[in-house]
Design a protein around this ligand. Structure first.
Ligand code: SAM
Length: 315
């Protein structure tokens, strides 16, 4: 039998990520399946749209699994998880260098330094082989964390050419290096398979002892509210349909599955897109506050859909 991970009580996301689920964790807890982390019941966890991993780290603080599998289409993000898994000390070393260089500068110089690192990060892109681990990955992972911590609003946004284009954040005291947390994250990642690419690539890791959580890019509520540029390519309605098909496929395999998305009925009560797509499953709605929205006026109460293939409210 595979060795189990132990819960890592303080591990938390090391990146800020658009669509992060930190504020919904207590609601999600009420929707967990029975038998999570129990021998002979649910011993695997799979999350194919990992982003900052708020739910993954939350579960890792509480439960123990034999195996976890995380994935994302964002190559820079996956590179960063892989380097932390393989050589966290190198990432800590590189990030420490960036942190000291940042804090020894005055405010004006900090901004120039930010753009210097951003330019270097973008100029290095053509030489990066995302498929093959290399020593330069540690430096790149440190740059991803540094840029994420010091950029405006903690976004990770790239243009069509894959270049990071978020402006400087100008925050007084950004938390750049949290060494203890990076070590905790590395501990969580020890028993974790990390997949780069489309969410369908996770299907082979799912069996009837698996809990799968899908947190896809939101289907935009209105034409102006889309913020789906986490990576090149986008996520359109065809992708939401492909995901629903995979949901049904894994349901037939006997996995326990949970999926969240923003509720289109907030904007238009007639919009039953997800109700139709997931007809026959359990569809719950919980209040959520959207953190990042390009139209500030629309911040306010918005429900989140939680769709499961099992009855909820049992634990
Ligand atoms: C809503 S975010 C996930 C947020 C995450 N749960 C968190 O707590 O930070 C959606 C993620 O899906 C990724 N993504 C977009 N298209 C994808 C695809 N086709 N397959 C896998 N991941 C994809 C994006 O890069 C992004 O990280």
């Amino acid at each position: 039998m595979a060795e189990r991970t132990k819960p890592v009580p303080h591990a938390k996301p090391f990146l800020k990520w658009a669509g992060g689920k930190t504020q919904l964790l207590d609601e999600f807890y009420k929707h967990l399946p029975e038998g999570l982390g129990e021998e002979g019941k649910i011993t695997r966890y799979v999350e194919p749209f990992i982003g900052g991993g708020a739910f993954f780290f939350y579960l890792s603080r509480k439960f123990s699994f034999e195996k976890c599998c995380i994935g994302d289409a964002n190559e820079e993000l996956i590179l960063t998880y892989r380097v932390i898994q393989k050589s966290v000390k190198k990432v800590i070393g590189e990030l420490g260098i960036l942190e000291s260089a940042y804090f020894t500068r005055d405010e004006m110089e900090r901004e120039a330094f930010y753009y210097e690192i951003r330019d270097a990060f973008n100029n290095d892109l053509p030489g990066i082989n995302f498929q093959k681990y290399s020593p330069v990955w540690a430096e790149r992972a440190a740059e991803v964390i540094f840029l994420n911590r010091t950029c405006y609003n903690g976004l990770f946004r790239v243009n069509r050419d894959g270049e990071f284009n978020v402006p400087f954040g100008g925050y007084k005291n950004p938390d750049i290096l949290n060494e203890k947390n990076l070590q905790d994250v590395a501990q969580v990642l020890k028993n974790t398979r990390i997949i780069s690419g489309d969410f369908t690539r996770c299907r082979d890791y799912v069996d009837d002892h698996t809990f799968v959580y899908f947190d896809p890019p939101y289907r935009p509520i209105s034409q102006t509210s889309s913020f789906t540029s986490y990576s090149r390519g986008g996520f359109d309605e065809k992708d939401q349909h492909r995901l629903a098909a995979l949901f049904r496929e894994l349901d037939a395999k006997g996995a326990k599955i949970m999926l969240s998305n923003s509720d289109p009925r907030n904007g238009n009560n007639q919009d039953t897109f997800f109700d139709d797509l997931f007809d026959g499953f359990t569809i719950g709605r919980v209040p959520a506050r959207r953190m990042i929205n390009c139209n500030g006026a629309r911040r306010g109460r918005i429900d989140e859909l939680i769709i499961t293939n099992y009855p909820t409210g049992k634990i």
